[in-house]
Design a protein around this ligand. Structure first.
Ligand SMILES: *Cc1c(COP(=O)(O)O)cnc(C)c1O
Length: 391
Protein backbone atom coordinates (compact mmCIF):
# COMPACT_ATOMS: atom_id res chain seq x y z
CA UNK A 1 0.00 0.00 0.00
CA UNK A 2 1.15 3.50 -0.76
CA UNK A 3 1.66 5.61 2.33
CA UNK A 4 1.62 9.35 1.83
CA UNK A 5 4.42 10.96 3.74
CA UNK A 6 3.98 14.41 5.15
CA UNK A 7 7.10 16.26 6.18
CA UNK A 8 5.29 19.05 7.96
CA UNK A 9 1.65 18.69 8.81
CA UNK A 10 0.41 21.96 7.37
CA UNK A 11 -3.28 22.70 7.42
CA UNK A 12 -4.38 25.38 4.98
CA UNK A 13 -4.80 28.81 6.58
CA UNK A 14 -8.24 29.55 7.98
CA UNK A 15 -8.51 32.72 5.88
CA UNK A 16 -6.56 32.10 2.68
CA UNK A 17 -5.00 35.24 1.29
CA UNK A 18 -1.87 35.98 -0.70
CA UNK A 19 0.32 38.65 0.83
CA UNK A 20 3.17 39.57 -1.45
CA UNK A 21 6.53 40.36 0.12
CA UNK A 22 8.63 39.10 -2.77
CA UNK A 23 10.52 41.37 -5.17
CA UNK A 24 7.96 41.01 -7.89
CA UNK A 25 5.10 40.73 -8.27
CA UNK A 26 4.36 43.39 -5.67
CA UNK A 27 0.91 44.36 -4.31
CA UNK A 28 -1.47 46.00 -6.80
CA UNK A 29 -3.49 48.94 -5.47
CA UNK A 30 -7.28 48.59 -5.58
CA UNK A 31 -7.61 51.35 -8.16
CA UNK A 32 -5.26 49.39 -10.41
CA UNK A 33 -7.23 46.20 -9.96
CA UNK A 34 -10.49 47.96 -10.78
CA UNK A 35 -8.99 49.65 -13.83
CA UNK A 36 -7.69 46.34 -15.14
CA UNK A 37 -11.20 44.86 -15.10
CA UNK A 38 -12.15 46.96 -18.10
CA UNK A 39 -11.44 44.12 -20.49
CA UNK A 40 -13.54 45.22 -23.45
CA UNK A 41 -11.36 48.20 -24.27
CA UNK A 42 -10.38 48.90 -27.88
CA UNK A 43 -6.72 49.81 -28.17
CA UNK A 44 -7.22 52.16 -31.14
CA UNK A 45 -9.87 54.27 -29.41
CA UNK A 46 -8.88 57.84 -28.68
CA UNK A 47 -9.62 57.30 -24.98
CA UNK A 48 -7.20 54.38 -24.77
CA UNK A 49 -4.54 56.16 -26.79
CA UNK A 50 -4.81 59.04 -24.37
CA UNK A 51 -4.38 56.67 -21.42
CA UNK A 52 -1.32 55.18 -23.10
CA UNK A 53 0.26 58.57 -23.74
CA UNK A 54 -0.44 59.70 -20.18
CA UNK A 55 1.32 56.61 -18.85
CA UNK A 56 4.42 57.53 -20.84
CA UNK A 57 4.32 61.08 -19.46
CA UNK A 58 3.91 59.84 -15.90
CA UNK A 59 6.67 57.23 -16.21
CA UNK A 60 9.28 59.77 -17.31
CA UNK A 61 9.93 61.41 -13.90
CA UNK A 62 10.84 58.03 -12.41
CA UNK A 63 13.39 57.52 -15.18
CA UNK A 64 14.63 61.09 -14.79
CA UNK A 65 14.40 61.81 -18.47
CA UNK A 66 12.69 64.15 -20.87
CA UNK A 67 12.73 61.40 -23.53
CA UNK A 68 9.51 59.51 -22.86
CA UNK A 69 10.01 55.79 -22.13
CA UNK A 70 8.41 53.24 -24.44
CA UNK A 71 5.96 50.68 -23.07
CA UNK A 72 6.34 47.09 -24.27
CA UNK A 73 4.12 44.05 -23.81
CA UNK A 74 6.74 41.76 -22.29
CA UNK A 75 8.16 41.01 -18.87
CA UNK A 76 11.22 43.00 -17.81
CA UNK A 77 13.58 40.65 -19.58
CA UNK A 78 11.88 41.60 -22.86
CA UNK A 79 13.02 45.19 -22.45
CA UNK A 80 16.51 43.96 -21.53
CA UNK A 81 16.57 41.98 -24.76
CA UNK A 82 15.25 45.01 -26.66
CA UNK A 83 18.16 47.07 -25.29
CA UNK A 84 20.72 44.54 -26.49
CA UNK A 85 19.00 44.01 -29.86
CA UNK A 86 18.73 47.73 -30.63
CA UNK A 87 21.96 49.05 -29.17
CA UNK A 88 24.54 46.41 -30.06
CA UNK A 89 25.64 44.66 -33.23
CA UNK A 90 27.13 41.21 -33.74
CA UNK A 91 30.74 41.05 -32.49
CA UNK A 92 30.48 44.39 -30.67
CA UNK A 93 32.63 44.42 -27.54
CA UNK A 94 30.48 45.00 -24.46
CA UNK A 95 31.20 45.14 -20.74
CA UNK A 96 28.78 43.51 -18.31
CA UNK A 97 28.80 43.96 -14.54
CA UNK A 98 27.86 40.68 -12.90
CA UNK A 99 27.06 41.00 -9.21
CA UNK A 100 24.27 38.42 -9.12
CA UNK A 101 21.54 36.63 -11.04
CA UNK A 102 20.47 39.68 -13.02
CA UNK A 103 23.98 40.69 -14.00
CA UNK A 104 24.29 37.15 -15.25
CA UNK A 105 21.16 37.74 -17.30
CA UNK A 106 22.78 40.67 -19.14
CA UNK A 107 25.72 38.39 -19.82
CA UNK A 108 23.47 35.65 -21.23
CA UNK A 109 21.48 38.02 -23.45
CA UNK A 110 24.62 39.69 -24.82
CA UNK A 111 26.16 36.27 -25.50
CA UNK A 112 22.99 35.08 -27.22
CA UNK A 113 23.23 38.16 -29.45
CA UNK A 114 26.86 37.30 -30.22
CA UNK A 115 28.47 40.31 -28.63
CA UNK A 116 32.05 39.99 -27.41
CA UNK A 117 31.31 39.96 -23.71
CA UNK A 118 33.81 41.10 -21.13
CA UNK A 119 32.59 40.60 -17.59
CA UNK A 120 33.34 42.39 -14.34
CA UNK A 121 32.61 39.81 -11.64
CA UNK A 122 31.55 41.32 -8.33
CA UNK A 123 31.11 39.11 -5.23
CA UNK A 124 27.48 38.47 -4.25
CA UNK A 125 26.36 41.02 -1.70
CA UNK A 126 28.72 43.73 -2.94
CA UNK A 127 28.32 46.61 -5.40
CA UNK A 128 30.87 47.37 -8.11
CA UNK A 129 33.03 50.36 -7.28
CA UNK A 130 33.62 53.06 -9.90
CA UNK A 131 37.33 52.24 -9.58
CA UNK A 132 36.74 48.57 -10.48
CA UNK A 133 34.91 49.66 -13.60
CA UNK A 134 37.61 52.07 -14.69
CA UNK A 135 40.26 49.39 -14.16
CA UNK A 136 38.21 47.00 -16.23
CA UNK A 137 37.86 49.57 -19.03
CA UNK A 138 41.59 50.28 -19.02
CA UNK A 139 42.35 46.56 -19.25
CA UNK A 140 40.04 45.94 -22.21
CA UNK A 141 41.60 45.80 -25.68
CA UNK A 142 38.72 47.55 -27.38
CA UNK A 143 36.44 50.26 -26.03
CA UNK A 144 33.11 48.59 -25.23
CA UNK A 145 30.23 49.70 -27.41
CA UNK A 146 28.06 49.52 -24.31
CA UNK A 147 28.30 48.86 -20.58
CA UNK A 148 25.44 46.86 -19.07
CA UNK A 149 24.68 46.92 -15.35
CA UNK A 150 21.90 46.88 -12.79
CA UNK A 151 20.76 49.75 -10.61
CA UNK A 152 19.58 47.27 -8.04
CA UNK A 153 20.75 43.64 -8.01
CA UNK A 154 17.56 41.94 -6.87
CA UNK A 155 19.17 38.57 -6.12
CA UNK A 156 21.31 40.07 -3.35
CA UNK A 157 19.51 43.29 -2.35
CA UNK A 158 22.39 45.56 -3.34
CA UNK A 159 21.89 49.02 -4.82
CA UNK A 160 24.76 50.12 -7.03
CA UNK A 161 26.05 53.67 -6.38
CA UNK A 162 24.83 54.61 -9.81
CA UNK A 163 25.39 58.34 -9.67
CA UNK A 164 29.00 57.93 -8.59
CA UNK A 165 29.58 55.12 -11.11
CA UNK A 166 28.18 57.04 -14.07
CA UNK A 167 29.92 60.30 -13.16
CA UNK A 168 33.25 58.51 -12.88
CA UNK A 169 32.72 56.54 -16.08
CA UNK A 170 31.85 59.66 -18.03
CA UNK A 171 35.24 61.21 -17.30
CA UNK A 172 36.79 58.76 -19.76
CA UNK A 173 34.06 56.67 -21.41
CA UNK A 174 31.80 57.95 -24.18
CA UNK A 175 30.10 54.68 -25.18
CA UNK A 176 26.60 53.63 -24.18
CA UNK A 177 25.60 53.00 -20.57
CA UNK A 178 22.62 50.68 -20.18
CA UNK A 179 20.97 50.22 -16.79
CA UNK A 180 18.51 47.55 -15.73
CA UNK A 181 16.59 49.55 -13.14
CA UNK A 182 13.68 47.09 -13.06
CA UNK A 183 13.70 46.67 -9.28
CA UNK A 184 15.11 50.13 -8.50
CA UNK A 185 12.54 52.38 -10.18
CA UNK A 186 10.13 54.00 -7.71
CA UNK A 187 12.29 52.92 -4.74
CA UNK A 188 15.41 54.84 -5.74
CA UNK A 189 15.95 58.09 -7.56
CA UNK A 190 17.26 57.49 -11.09
CA UNK A 191 18.38 60.48 -13.13
CA UNK A 192 18.90 59.16 -16.59
CA UNK A 193 19.54 62.54 -18.26
CA UNK A 194 21.69 64.08 -15.49
CA UNK A 195 23.81 60.99 -15.06
CA UNK A 196 24.17 60.53 -18.82
CA UNK A 197 22.69 57.05 -18.90
CA UNK A 198 21.68 56.00 -22.42
CA UNK A 199 19.14 53.36 -21.66
CA UNK A 200 17.06 52.55 -18.58
CA UNK A 201 14.86 49.47 -18.38
CA UNK A 202 11.86 48.98 -16.07
CA UNK A 203 9.10 46.45 -15.42
CA UNK A 204 5.46 46.65 -14.31
CA UNK A 205 5.45 44.14 -11.44
CA UNK A 206 8.16 45.76 -9.35
CA UNK A 207 7.88 49.36 -8.16
CA UNK A 208 4.84 50.28 -10.23
CA UNK A 209 2.38 47.92 -8.55
CA UNK A 210 1.01 46.42 -11.75
CA UNK A 211 0.69 42.71 -12.52
CA UNK A 212 3.54 41.21 -14.59
CA UNK A 213 3.54 41.69 -18.35
CA UNK A 214 4.71 45.21 -19.14
CA UNK A 215 8.21 46.52 -19.48
CA UNK A 216 9.52 50.01 -20.07
CA UNK A 217 12.56 51.27 -21.88
CA UNK A 218 13.92 54.81 -22.04
CA UNK A 219 16.61 55.78 -24.56
CA UNK A 220 18.79 58.88 -24.55
CA UNK A 221 19.24 61.10 -27.61
CA UNK A 222 22.65 59.52 -28.09
CA UNK A 223 21.15 56.01 -27.97
CA UNK A 224 18.55 56.95 -30.61
CA UNK A 225 21.38 58.17 -32.84
CA UNK A 226 23.44 55.03 -32.32
CA UNK A 227 20.86 52.31 -32.95
CA UNK A 228 22.53 49.20 -34.34
CA UNK A 229 21.74 47.65 -37.70
CA UNK A 230 20.76 44.21 -36.48
CA UNK A 231 17.66 42.54 -37.86
CA UNK A 232 14.80 42.83 -35.34
CA UNK A 233 11.05 42.84 -35.46
CA UNK A 234 8.87 42.77 -32.33
CA UNK A 235 11.42 44.79 -30.39
CA UNK A 236 12.17 47.34 -33.13
CA UNK A 237 12.23 50.39 -30.87
CA UNK A 238 12.31 52.95 -33.67
CA UNK A 239 9.12 51.44 -35.06
CA UNK A 240 7.58 51.52 -31.57
CA UNK A 241 8.55 55.12 -30.97
CA UNK A 242 6.85 56.31 -34.16
CA UNK A 243 3.45 55.07 -33.03
CA UNK A 244 3.82 55.56 -29.30
CA UNK A 245 4.16 59.32 -29.77
CA UNK A 246 0.44 59.10 -30.50
CA UNK A 247 -0.34 56.43 -27.91
CA UNK A 248 -0.30 53.66 -30.50
CA UNK A 249 1.87 50.63 -29.83
CA UNK A 250 3.18 48.85 -32.94
CA UNK A 251 1.23 45.72 -31.98
CA UNK A 252 -1.77 45.11 -29.75
CA UNK A 253 -0.82 46.54 -26.36
CA UNK A 254 -1.71 44.75 -23.10
CA UNK A 255 -4.78 46.95 -22.58
CA UNK A 256 -5.75 45.76 -19.10
CA UNK A 257 -2.24 46.21 -17.77
CA UNK A 258 -1.92 49.66 -19.31
CA UNK A 259 -5.13 50.76 -17.58
CA UNK A 260 -3.84 49.35 -14.32
CA UNK A 261 -0.55 51.19 -14.85
CA UNK A 262 -2.45 54.42 -15.44
CA UNK A 263 -4.21 54.00 -12.09
CA UNK A 264 -0.94 53.24 -10.25
CA UNK A 265 0.90 56.16 -11.81
CA UNK A 266 -1.98 58.48 -10.97
CA UNK A 267 -1.55 57.61 -7.29
CA UNK A 268 2.24 57.86 -7.45
CA UNK A 269 2.09 61.19 -9.22
CA UNK A 270 0.05 62.73 -6.43
CA UNK A 271 3.13 62.46 -4.18
CA UNK A 272 6.39 64.34 -4.51
CA UNK A 273 9.06 61.96 -5.77
CA UNK A 274 11.19 62.62 -2.68
CA UNK A 275 8.38 61.40 -0.41
CA UNK A 276 8.19 58.12 -2.33
CA UNK A 277 11.94 57.56 -2.13
CA UNK A 278 11.98 58.50 1.56
CA UNK A 279 9.21 55.96 2.25
CA UNK A 280 11.27 53.20 0.64
CA UNK A 281 14.37 54.22 2.57
CA UNK A 282 12.45 54.03 5.85
CA UNK A 283 10.99 50.65 4.97
CA UNK A 284 14.49 49.32 4.28
CA UNK A 285 15.75 50.70 7.58
CA UNK A 286 12.76 49.25 9.40
CA UNK A 287 13.33 45.75 8.04
CA UNK A 288 17.04 45.92 8.80
CA UNK A 289 16.31 46.98 12.37
CA UNK A 290 13.70 44.25 12.69
CA UNK A 291 16.16 41.61 11.46
CA UNK A 292 18.75 42.61 14.03
CA UNK A 293 16.15 42.71 16.81
CA UNK A 294 15.23 39.08 16.15
CA UNK A 295 18.85 37.91 16.04
CA UNK A 296 19.28 37.79 12.28
CA UNK A 297 21.76 39.67 10.15
CA UNK A 298 21.03 41.72 7.04
CA UNK A 299 22.98 40.09 4.20
CA UNK A 300 24.17 43.41 2.75
CA UNK A 301 26.14 45.84 4.86
CA UNK A 302 26.97 48.66 2.45
CA UNK A 303 24.94 49.94 -0.50
CA UNK A 304 21.80 48.18 0.63
CA UNK A 305 18.73 48.43 -1.55
CA UNK A 306 15.63 50.37 -0.54
CA UNK A 307 13.49 48.01 -2.62
CA UNK A 308 14.18 44.78 -0.78
CA UNK A 309 16.20 43.45 2.12
CA UNK A 310 18.11 40.18 2.04
CA UNK A 311 18.51 38.58 5.46
CA UNK A 312 20.92 35.79 6.38
CA UNK A 313 19.34 32.95 8.33
CA UNK A 314 21.36 30.96 10.89
CA UNK A 315 22.91 27.65 9.78
CA UNK A 316 20.44 25.54 11.72
CA UNK A 317 17.50 27.00 9.79
CA UNK A 318 16.83 26.15 6.17
CA UNK A 319 15.64 29.36 4.55
CA UNK A 320 13.59 27.46 1.98
CA UNK A 321 11.73 25.59 4.74
CA UNK A 322 11.13 28.84 6.61
CA UNK A 323 9.68 30.45 3.49
CA UNK A 324 7.39 27.46 2.86
CA UNK A 325 6.18 27.52 6.43
CA UNK A 326 5.39 31.24 6.39
CA UNK A 327 3.59 30.87 3.11
CA UNK A 328 1.45 27.94 4.17
CA UNK A 329 0.56 29.38 7.58
CA UNK A 330 -0.13 32.99 6.73
CA UNK A 331 -0.09 33.25 2.96
CA UNK A 332 2.86 35.63 3.25
CA UNK A 333 5.17 35.20 0.29
CA UNK A 334 8.81 35.98 0.96
CA UNK A 335 11.53 35.15 -1.53
CA UNK A 336 14.50 32.87 -0.98
CA UNK A 337 18.04 33.06 -2.25
CA UNK A 338 19.04 32.25 -5.80
CA UNK A 339 22.05 30.27 -6.99
CA UNK A 340 24.50 29.54 -4.18
CA UNK A 341 22.50 31.74 -1.79
CA UNK A 342 19.59 29.29 -1.93
CA UNK A 343 18.69 28.11 1.58
CA UNK A 344 20.93 30.75 3.14
CA UNK A 345 19.00 33.98 2.81
CA UNK A 346 15.46 35.21 2.63
CA UNK A 347 14.47 38.36 0.76
CA UNK A 348 11.75 40.71 1.96
CA UNK A 349 10.55 43.24 -0.59
CA UNK A 350 9.23 46.66 0.42
CA UNK A 351 8.81 47.97 -3.07
CA UNK A 352 5.97 49.86 -4.68
CA UNK A 353 2.57 49.88 -3.00
CA UNK A 354 3.73 48.55 0.35
CA UNK A 355 2.40 50.63 3.22
CA UNK A 356 3.75 50.43 6.75
CA UNK A 357 0.94 48.29 8.12
CA UNK A 358 1.47 45.73 5.39
CA UNK A 359 5.19 45.73 5.98
CA UNK A 360 4.68 45.13 9.69
CA UNK A 361 2.43 42.17 8.91
CA UNK A 362 5.27 40.73 6.82
CA UNK A 363 7.69 41.08 9.70
CA UNK A 364 5.21 39.41 12.05
CA UNK A 365 4.79 36.53 9.60
CA UNK A 366 8.56 36.09 9.64
CA UNK A 367 8.56 36.10 13.43
CA UNK A 368 5.78 33.50 13.61
CA UNK A 369 7.76 31.28 11.25
CA UNK A 370 11.01 31.67 13.16
CA UNK A 371 9.28 30.93 16.47
CA UNK A 372 7.91 27.70 15.05
CA UNK A 373 11.41 26.67 13.98
CA UNK A 374 12.67 27.38 17.52
CA UNK A 375 14.89 30.27 16.59
CA UNK A 376 15.96 32.06 19.73
CA UNK A 377 14.57 35.59 19.95
CA UNK A 378 11.92 37.54 21.75
CA UNK A 379 8.62 37.36 19.86
CA UNK A 380 7.49 40.80 18.73
CA UNK A 381 10.95 42.36 18.97
CA UNK A 382 11.21 42.73 15.19
CA UNK A 383 7.80 44.32 14.87
CA UNK A 384 8.60 46.67 17.71
CA UNK A 385 11.93 47.72 16.17
CA UNK A 386 10.27 48.30 12.80
CA UNK A 387 7.48 50.36 14.38
CA UNK A 388 10.02 52.61 16.06
CA UNK A 389 11.37 53.51 12.64
CA UNK A 390 8.03 53.70 10.85
CA UNK A 391 6.25 55.80 13.49
C1 LIG B 1 12.59 41.27 -11.95
C2 LIG B 1 13.84 41.70 -12.57
C3 LIG B 1 14.09 41.51 -13.94
C4 LIG B 1 13.10 41.03 -14.95
O1 LIG B 1 12.46 39.92 -14.71
P1 LIG B 1 11.15 39.51 -15.53
O2 LIG B 1 10.80 38.25 -14.82
O3 LIG B 1 11.54 39.30 -16.94
O4 LIG B 1 10.14 40.60 -15.39
C5 LIG B 1 15.29 41.96 -14.45
N1 LIG B 1 16.19 42.56 -13.69
C6 LIG B 1 16.00 42.78 -12.38
C7 LIG B 1 17.05 43.49 -11.61
C8 LIG B 1 14.82 42.36 -11.78
O5 LIG B 1 14.61 42.59 -10.48
Amino acid sequence: MHVRKRLLPMAPPLFPKNRLFCPGPTPVPEAGLIASLNINEYHRSSAFEHTFKTCRDWLAPFFGTSELPLILAASGTGAMEAAVANLTGKDDPVLVVNAGKFGERWQKICSAYQCKVQCLEVPYGKAPSPKDLIKCLEASKEKPKAIFLQANETSTGVFFPLEEITRTLRQSYDGLIVVDAISALVAHEIKMDDWQIDCVVGGSQKGFGVAPGLSFIGLSKRAWRELSKRPRFYFDLLQEAKGQVNGRAAFTPATTLIQSLHASLKILNEQPLEAIFEHHRRCANAVRAAAKAINLEPFVTENFSHALTAITVPDQIDAQQLIKLIRSKDGAILAGGQGNLKGKIIRVAHLGFMDRLSLISGISALEFGLAELNHSFSLGAGVSAAMQILK
